[in-house]
Design a protein around this ligand. Structure first.
Ligand code: FAD
Length: 468
């Protein structure tokens, strides 16, 4: 493709050339050999064609890209790990600010903190912090980026012991819409830090994150236990009872899914509904067998894969089950209880599952997450003991509309106004964003938005609109 034939978002070649020259990283454009790889994100449902992809190598590149997007009036998509479910990290005819080359990490074992650049994945952070027997709450899948994950909240296997990821965010470096480079911590711009802890990517491009760390592992007691799908009601009932007595070191999830054809499951269950309980005991590994036992005796067991393993092993164990490229839609609802009515809604919904790759997850919350005051961070829904996440997927894409509808019907069963988790929401509709925050939290977020991004340059996200 010649330069004259490239779609360039209406920009002149001289303007683009000057911008490319000013970057330390590469500027990828339609027609470049790496364009298709550079434009793709994890969720195959979003096949978009940006005019420019700026692969940023440092803060200078980030500032330059933000300034360029603003001055040229280009829609701006910010990308960390590229796992956005609604596809916020790509855009048709706009510019992608790609932070993925920025993966530097510095652990301070003495102070128990880590500073991680915004392109890091959880596998990067876990590897560096575990070298010192330390960790912060990370994702269930290690290929997820720390950026979108932290800014939306961050729920993982340490959530009950260490709180949400954003609870452990003690500082951040941020490039705001006007190109300023700001520090957000307890002393400087504290209200910006409050907003970054759950308010999403609304306030600027975060270039690095500082987290508080906790002693974890390196060996933990973790894994999965499989029960027959016919016993799902009994499993949910028992899960509720076991979670009521669970210590903070224990974080557990129930997953209603279809048994994959894997060697550790008997052939008779392959392709049939199966109920999986998975999770981690992050206390002393030698106490793990007894601590997890109540979750491993909920019904007749098909296979029990709980045992001692490296923390990083558990953090990456499920990665192959969530490959890039499938069409994905998530929908969530916080639940105050997993009583018979809630379990009934979930079971009836799962009974209508449209294919073998879609599933429902119920996360047990509480513990340290619930002890944080609701106004301490923008993530304010802390009094709900469970989170339902409907993971609606399609391998080929043809049945995707039906799959999306299925997910919506299940969560709507809990009432259209039920609170949802921004990171487990596959859409950007304003009512869903509002449903993620209590009213006073939402209004406080609007005030921060007014201060740091009054023109809504950062709008490809679960958008908090400025008031004017
Ligand atoms: P990206 O697509 O890169 O970013 C998403 C959006 O976040 C961006 O468009 C932008 O608006 C914003 N953003 C990202 N980085 C920055 C930055 N540096 N500065 C400003 N804005 C930024 N969530 C959980 O809580 N727990 C889980 O266990 C979990 N597991 C998941 C597993 C899979 C397979 C997937 C796909 C998602 C999972 N999620 C989980 C949801 C996840 O938290 C969100 O999808 C999150 O947005 C991913 O972050 P990312 O940086 O990879 O995404």
């Amino acid at each position: 493709m010649t330069d004259a034939q490239r779609p360039s978002g209406g920009l002149g070649e001289a303007t683009i050339g000057e911008f490319a020259e000013s970057l330390r990283g590469e500027l990828v454009r339609p027609g470049d050999s790496g364009y298709d790889e550079a434009r793709s994100i994890w969720n195959g449902a979003h096949d978009r064609r940006p005019a420019l992809i700026a692969r940023c190598h440092g803060v200078a590149d980030v500032r330059r890209t933000v300034e360029f997007a603003r001055s040229e009036g280009l829609p701006l998509a910010v990308r960390g790990g590229g796992h956005s479910i609604p596809g916020f990290s790509t855009v048709d005819d706009g510019i992608v600010l790609d932070l993925s080359p920025m993966r530097g990490i510095r652990v301070d074992p003495g102070r128990r903190t880590v500073t991680a650049q915004a392109g890091c994945l959880w596998s990067d952070v876990d590897a560096e912090t575990q070298a010192f027997g330390l960790a912060v709450t990370g994702g269930l899948i290690s290929t997820t980026g720390i950026g979108g994950f932290t800014l939306g909240g961050g729920i993982g296997h340490l959530v009950r012991r260490c709180g949400l990821t954003c609870d452990n965010l003690v500082g951040a470096d941020v490039v705001t819409a006007d190109g300023r480079y700001l520090r957000a911590d307890a002393d400087e711009n504290p209200e910006l830090l409050w907003a970054l802890r759950g308010g999403g990517g609304n306030f600027g491009a975060v270039t690095s994150f500082d987290f508080r760390l906790h002693e974890v592992g390196p060996t933990v007691f973790a894994g999965l236990v499989f029960y027959h799908g016919e016993d799902a009601a009994q499993v949910l009932r028992g899960f509720r009872e076991a979670t009521a007595k669970a210590p903070d070191e224990l974080s557990m999830v129930v997953n209603l899914t279809t048994a994959p054809p894997v060697p550790f499951l008997p052939e008779q269950v392959h392709g049939r509904p199966i109920a999986v309980v998975l999770g981690m005991w992050s206390g002393r590994a030698e106490d793990g067998d007894a601590a997890t036992r109540p979750f491993r005796e909920l019904a007749p067991v098909v296979t029990d894969l709980f045992g001692r393993m490296p923390y990083t092993g558990m953090q990456s164990m499920l990665d192959p089950l969530y490959p890039r490229g499938m069409s994905n839609y998530f929908r969530s609802a916080f639940l105050p209880d997993l009583d018979e009515a809630a379990a009934g809604t979930i079971l009836a919904g799962y009974a209508r599952v449209p294919n073998a790759v879609s599933e429902v997850h119920v996360h047990h919350l509480g513990g340290q997450m619930a002890r944080m005051p609701a106004d301490a961070t923008a993530f304010a829904v802390r009094d709900q003991d469970y989170l339902l996440n409907v993971v609606a997927r399609s391998a080929g894409g043809n049945d995707f509309p039906a799959v999306v509808e299925w997910a919506r019907t299940i969560t709507d069963g809990f009432g259209p106004g039920s609170a949802s988790y921004v990171n487990f929401t596959g859409e950007a509709a304003e009512d869903r964003v509002r449903a993620s925050y209590p009213k006073d939290t939402y209004e406080r977020l609007v005030a921060v938005k007014d201060q740091y991004d009054p023109t809504n340059l950062f709008r490809l996200n679960q958008n908090i609109r400025p008031s004017r």
